[in-house]
Design a protein around this ligand. Sequence first.
Ligand code: GKR
Ligand code: MG
Length: 423
Amino acid sequence: MSLIKSVEVTPIAFRDPPLLNVYGIHEAWALRTIIEVHTEEGVYGLGESYGDQQTISQLKQVAPHLIGMDVFHLNAIRQKIEKVVTLPDPKSGLEIAPGTLGATTVPRIFSAYEVACLDVMGKLTGRPVCDLLGGKVRDEVDYSAYLFYKYERHGFTNDSWVDKWGEALTPEGIVAQAKKMIGEYGFQSIKLKAGVFEPLEEIKALKALREVFPELPLRIDPNGGWSVEMTKKLLPEFSEGLLQYLEDPAPGKVAMGEVSAVTDIPLATNMCVIGYFDVPEAIERDAVQVILSDHHYWGGLRATQELARLCKTWNIGLSMHSNSHLGISLMAMTHAAATIENLTYACDTHYPWQEEEVIKGGKIKFNNGAVVVPDKPGLGVELDREALAALAENYKNCGIRERNDVTEMQKYQLDWQGTVPRF
Ligand code: GKR
Ligand code: MG
């Protein structure tokens, strides 16, 4: 038994480059929340989740109800959360970050605490989190180079911070970004965030990547930015195995089903299947052939394993989704992915886009695009309290309380709407 003595929920903000997507552009600061679960014997566990107001208030709302509960009793903790958390409108939240949608409330809030409790359990038992999940089936987890069109710098901030990646607004710019990212991290797969420019222009970038990196699998993700008609028109461009999978070309399960009916290219999603409640219709329509898991909103690391079983049963591929995040999330993703045999695609990660960290030792290292599964007790990372204080200060001062790529883009382009499908 190990009883929860206190819980800390700390919103943080860290620098985020001006990355473009179909909805608009990233703001200068990305928001997250760091969760600490402290037990009576003086051990603490870490979780990391979204930093929108809804998530923060839900995490805080359930915190007092967890005091006195046993960290090993994850099922009871989930039941407690389900009972006490206020359920908002299922559609509230942000489509581009589906984990923030009201529909994912219970799994999202439970996930943050599950990870922290697993971290404690690992520290108490001297075992890495992956061992608590049944043990690893691989020693390292592959991630992909997640490329974005981007401006060189934010146009509407008060300070002079500039990220190290430079501008990428053309196929040449994307190839240069890929070379730099792959040079630094060694990634063995590439994902291009699309929906920004005319599709054929983005496909030019994809083809340019193919020429420079003939061996590396490619994916493209316009976040539902193309209509069904447009997607169908584009399909011949992806012939000769150009794509490993096509991610959320058109918005919603109906549209994805219509595309899927006319192509053999596997369609992937992190937008139209965001919880178990979406699975029956997706299967009925044969709308997706790959689901991007994400423990942050699928209900934690064990729920990710359950999703994997479900995918295997239905012969659906499994990959992993990411939003802007730091090292606690990266370690949680790595432990989960290490235990899932059928997670055969390299996972997404935004990690290279972030310079800051909240864990001791700074940024986690990648070898050939992979993160080694740590064998230290728990997640294998410790909180850097000075860094946490600095990022919490950023949160207080940055003035952003909800991610909003649409209004940020309206600063650059007054008539910007950010509606999908865009093309
Ligand atoms: O950060 O702009 C972004 C991404 O588009 C992100 O919000 C998505 O949720 O990475 C995600 C995706 O794969 O759709
Ligand atoms: Mg996606």
